[in-house]
Structures are given as structure tokens and as C-alpha cells.
Design a protein around this ligand. Structure first.
Ligand SMILES: *Cc1c(COP(=O)(O)O)cnc(C)c1O
Length: 396
């Protein structure tokens, strides 16, 4: 392809995205404390962040990070195994292990890198991976990269998954991969049933707790703790980037599992270690999560309120789940964008999610509440939403 041919191809592809209402444009935000942000000079209530416990701006995290920054500088300078792993990394690994009740833990540059690396290291030729259709892109990409047979299942049709597991022959490994909470739907994976299937068919069960850590369970360890199945999940992956208000991914587990991951996961081996200051901040987050369970209670109280109000308007897609991620399905991408723009004019930032992030015809507002949001914020948001829906029509 000539260079002018290449430019034409790029322009064509951009035009296709624009025509389909799927073009993504970038903006700049200035985060503010307490669930707010500035955008083009305007203060907005931010209903599209994953800072569930309002920790990203917490003065204790900031001061922990600043001390570590002054002590060790900004970047880690090398991958962890070469020379990048500092005392701060070691301390965070230990604190994560204490928090999760396991022997030890391993850190990754991001949750994406953890999922991609762990799933692709676990499976190879001759193995079979079963991947939920709603799983996060990082798990899907890990499945693709693995080189194993790759089957997509629906968790509302576990009878089908069971039949597939029954049919499987040969002595390759069987791996079931799932998010604990589906990131664009806010719904729960049926972890108890998945544990039963995994045990019955000798499958490895990998659970991504990206939206579970800090949010669910009596100690905030995630949905597996909430449902009392932690010991039955083979590998639990978490992120430090969401409720913990920092950055990075992790797996906590037995000494042998973690040794194996250190030796086999390429996104760990071939990427620079997390900045030490980030590790210092994440240590502080864990401390706060342990000491201040009321943050989780506030979060759930606000989420329950918003869910009830949306259900009363028949806008709640799934009434069986709970928690801070709440989608309002608007179907067409153009309408979703128009309503999100209306809400922004009224002072609220809500995520507008379109294909390919979600299936065709299910474009949605993705609302996420945090413990910083007040009842009054949510009441004003609902008014603005009612107003905009009256203008653009409600499709379901
Ligand atoms: C955000 C997210 C990730 C990626 O985590 P990062 O730390 O942001 O890279 C992985 N899985 C799920 C389900 C997520 O929502």
C-alpha cells in the first residue's frame, strides 16, 4: 500500500466510524475531590468514574505518594525482576496478601496487563478456554492470545456451558474465565454455579474482581467474598485502579501460584514495574478500606437509592443485581450521545457507551456512583434525566 493509499484507508475507516455514530473523541477533564470534575471550565458531578470509595483524591494517599516520590523518584526504571521492585512494591504485595488472606501477591502495570498476561500464560494449544460473552476486553484478548480453543458462553445459559464442558475430551486443561461484576452492565456473574461447574468438570476458574475489590464482601475483598466462594475460585485477579484509587493490577494466591506467575506472565516480565509512589498510595488505600467500612455502606446506600428510582421509571435493565454500576439502555448510539450531552449541560457527566464496547442496539448511559455522591446530587441527576428522556423519547 502506498502512503497515499494508507492515508485514504485511514480516512475511510474514520468516516465509517462517524457514519455509524461510533466515532470516539477525546476530551480533557480536571478531577476535583468528592466525585466532581471540571470540564471546559464547568464543574460537573462525575457519574462516570470508578473511584467508588472516593480515594483517588484522599489526602492520606496523596501524602503517602509524595513521601515515596521524594524518596525514590518518579519511574521504577526497570521491570520488577530486573531492578524495578522496591521496598514499596514488596510492602504492597504483603499488604495485598494480608488483605486477601493469601500467602502472597504479584503486581502488574495495570488490570488490563494482569488479565491479558495471566489468561494467555495459563492456556495454550490443546487447552480450552470458556469465556463469558460479557467479559472485559482484557480477558477476551488474553483468550485470543493464548492459542487455546476459545469458546464464548452466556452466563444466563449455564446449561449450555455444562453441555460443552461434558463434551470436552482430551487431556488439555479446561479454563473458565469471568468478570465477577460485568463492567458495562453492573450485573453479577453466577459465581456459585460457576464454582460448581468448575469442580464437577475439573476446570480452572479465573475471576476478575476489577469492580468487586473494595466494593463487595464483608471485608471488601470482592464478589467472591460476598458469595463465600473465595477458596473455590482458582485465580482471583484484581485492580488497584478502581476502588483503590491508584493504578495497577494484582493477583493474590498461594506461594507456588505466585512464583509461577512471576516466571510465566509476559506482561509482568517485559514491562516496567509500577511507580513506587503508586504502590505507597495503594498501601494506604488498603489501610483505609479496612478501617473505614462506612465508605462501602455509603456507596451502597447511594447505589440502592438510584437503582430504586430508575426501577420505578422502568429504566433499570436488571433488577436482580446491586452495586454502583448502573446502565440505562437507550439502544441507538446517536440518542445515547444526545442524552449524555443534555445531562452534561445540566451538570452531570455520565458515560455514554456504544458498540463495540457493548453489543449492537444496546448503547447506554453507564452511571457509576461513588461514596462521595450525595442524595441531593442523585435527585438532581434524576430530574435532568427525566427531562432529557421526555425530549428524546424512551425506547423501553
Ligand atoms: C477496568 C477493568 C479492567 C482493567 O483494569 P485497569 O487497571 O484499568 O487496566 C479489567 N477488568 C475489568 C472488568 C475492568 O472493568
Amino acid at each position: 500500500m502506498s502512503s497515499s493509499g494508507f492515508s485514504e484507508w485511514i480516512e475511510d475507516d474514520l468516516q465509517k466510524l462517524r457514519n455509524a455514530g461510533l466515532f470516539r473523541s477525546r476530551r480533557t477533564f480536571k478531577p476535583l475531590p468528592d466525585g466532581r470534575c471540571l470540564q471546559e471550565g464547568r464543574e460537573l458531578v462525575n457519574l462516570s468514574s470508578n473511584d467508588y470509595l472516593n480515594l483517588a483524591h484522599d489526602p492520606r494517599l496523596i501524602s503517602a505518594a509524595v513521601s515515596a516520590l521524594e524518596e525514590t523518584g518518579v519511574g521504577a526504571r526497570a521491570s520488577a525482576l530486573v531492578s524495578g521492585r522496591t521496598e514499596w512494591h514488596a510492602q504492597l504485595e504483603q499488604r495485598l496478601a494480608d488483605f486477601e488472606g493469601t500467602d502472597t501477591a504479584i503486581l502488574f502495570p495495570s488490570g488490563y496487563a494482569a488479565n491479558l498476561g495471566v489468561v494467555s500464560a495459563l492456556a495454550g494449544e490443546g487447552d480450552t478456554i470458556f469465556c463469558d460473552r460479557l467479559n472485559h476486553a482484557s480477558l477476551v484478548d488474553g483468550c485470543r492470545l493464548a492459542g487455546a480453543a476459545f469458546r464464548v458462553y452466556r452466563h444466563d445459559r449455564l446449561d449450555k456451558l455444562k453441555r460443552e464442558l461434558e463434551k470436552k475430551t482430551g487431556d488439555g486443561k479446561t479454563i473458565i474465565v469471568t468478570d465477577s461484576i460485568f463492567s458495562m452492565d453492573g450485573t453479577w456473574a453466577p459465581l456459585v454455579d460457576l464454582c460448581e461447574l468448575a469442580e464437577q468438570y475439573h476446570a480452572i476458574l479465573v475471576v476478575d474482581e476489577a469492580h468487586g475489590t473494595g466494593v463487595w464482601g464483608p471485608s471488601g475483598r470482592g464478589l467472591a467474598e460476598e458469595l463465600n466462594v473465595e477458596s473455590r475460585v482458582t485465580i482471583r485477579i484484581g485492580t488497584l485502579s478502581k476502588a483503590l484509587g491508584a493504578m495497577g493490577g494484582f493477583v493474590s494466591g498461594s506461594d507456588s501460584l505466585i512464583e509461577w506467575l512471576w516466571n510465566r506472565v509476559r506482561t509482568q516480565i517485559y514491562s516496567t514495574a509500577l511507580p513506587p509512589a503508586i504502590c505507597a498510595a495503594a498501601c494506604e488505600s488498603l489501610e483505609i478500606i479496612n478501617a473505614e467500612p462506612q465508605r462501602r455502606q455509603q456507596l451502597h446506600a447511594q447505589a440502592d437509592f438510584l437503582r430504586q428510582e430508575l426501577a420505578a421509571r422502568s429504566l433499570l435493565a436488571d433488577t436482580t443485581s446491586a452495586g454502583p454500576i448502573i446502565p440505562v439502555i437507550l439502544e441507538a448510539p446517536e440518542r445515547t450521545m444526545a442524552i449524555a450531552a443534555d445531562l452534561q449541560a445540566a451538570g452531570f457527566l455520565a458515560g455514554s457507551i456504544r458498540p463495540p464496547t457493548v453489543p449492537q442496539g444496546t448503547s447506554r448511559l453507564r452511571i457509576s456512583v461513588t461514596s462521595a455522591h450525595q442524595r441531593e446530587d442523585l435527585e438532581r441527576f434524576l430530574k435532568a434525566l427525566d427531562h432529557s428522556l421526555a425530549r428524546y423519547g424512551q425506547s423501553r
